[in-house]
Design a protein. Sequence first.
Length: 406
Amino acid sequence: MRVTTAFNRLLALPGTTVRDVSFEPAQITVTVALRRRRLACADCSHSSRARYDTRTVDSSWRHLDLGRLRLVVRAKLRRIDCPTHGVRTEGVPFARVESGFTRDFEDLVAWLATRMDKTAVRRLVRVAWQTVGAICARVVTDQLDPGRLEELFEVGIDEVSWRKGHRYLTLVTDHGTGKVVWGAQGKDTATCDQFFAELGADRAAKLAAVSTDMGAAYLKSVAKPGHAPNATVCIDPFHVVALASDALDQVRRQVWNQRWVLLKRPERLTDTQAATLRKLRRHGGAAWRAYGLKEALRAVFAGDLTPSETTELLDRWCVKAARSRLEPFVKLTGTVRTHREGILAAIRLGINNARVEALNNKVRLITRRAYGFHSAQAALALVMLACGPITLRLPYEQTHVRPHSV
Ligand SMILES: [Zn+2]
C-alpha cells in the first residue's frame, strides 16, 4: 500500500485525498486536496462552481496525534464570492469554520474537557486552556440541539459564578429532562428577559411552572406580562436550605469572634466586651442551636412528606426560628415567610429537589474548571457540553454523515 493511500484511511478526513506525507522530527504533515469541485461558503449553504481566486498560502489544521507525533493537515483552499457573506475562504468538510483544528481533534478535546481537570487536558492534548475554551464554544454552536426550547413545561432559572470578581451566568434548566437548555452572561432581570424573548410568546404560554431562587431579579422578569402567563412561580427549596447554611455560617463566625472574650480576665474587659460575655452566657450553645435549625429545615424538604405535612412543618419551623434569638435565622424566617407560597408550590408540583441540587452541584463543579477561561461564552460552552442537550461522540464513535461532507 502506498503511503498516501495508507494515510487516506488513517486520517479518515471526509471529502479529501491525501497527496503527500512528510515526516519531521516531531510532526507529520499531510497535504490533502479537496475532492469536490464545487466551492462551499463556510458560513451558509451557498455553493458555486465559480472560484474567486486561490489562496496563495496553504491552510493547516491540527489533527489527532499519531503515536508521539503531532499531525498537521495542509490544503490549498480557494475563495468563493458568497452573495451573503462576500469573499470568503471556502469551507472544508473536516473542520469547523475559523478553526485551526480538525473536527475529530475538537470533538476529542470537548469530550475530555467535560471529564478531566484543566491540567490533565492541557498536558494530554498540548493546547492552551484558552484554546480549549474556544474549541468548546465551536463544538457547542455546532452540536447544540436546536429544538431544546420546544416542549418546555417546567423550568428552573439559576445563577452561577464562572469567574472570580462577580462574573455570572444565568442558566435555564428543563426540569423534565434535567438538562441546561439556555444560558447567558449576567444575572439581572435583563439577562432573564433575553431568555423569554428567545422563547417567544407561544412557547412561553406552555410553561406550567418556573422555579427560581429568592432574588428579586429573576422573579421580576418572570412576572412581566407575556413571560410566563400560565406558570406557577416556585422557589426551589434547595435555595432555601442553602440560605439556612449561610445563616449557620454567620452564627458560627459570630461565636468565633466572641470566643476570645472568654480568654480575657473579666476585670480587663471593656464595657462592650462585658456585654458580649453576658450574652454568651445567656445564649450558650448558639452554634449548636443554629445547626439544629438548619437540619430541621433540611428535613422539611427531604421529599418524604406530603404537601400538607410539609406546610405544617415549615410554618412550625418559622415560629421556632423567629423565636431563636439567632439574628441570621430571624432574618431568614422573614425571607421564608415572604416566599412561603412559592416554596410550597414547588413541593406541591413535585419539582424534584434532589435532581435540582444534583444538577446544581454538577454545574458548580464544571464552572470551577471554567475559571481559567477569559470569556463567558467559553464558560457557558463548557456548562452546555457537560449539562446541556448535547451528545458528545469521540471520533471513532461517529457514524453519522457530517455536515458539508461530499
Ligand atoms: Zn455565505
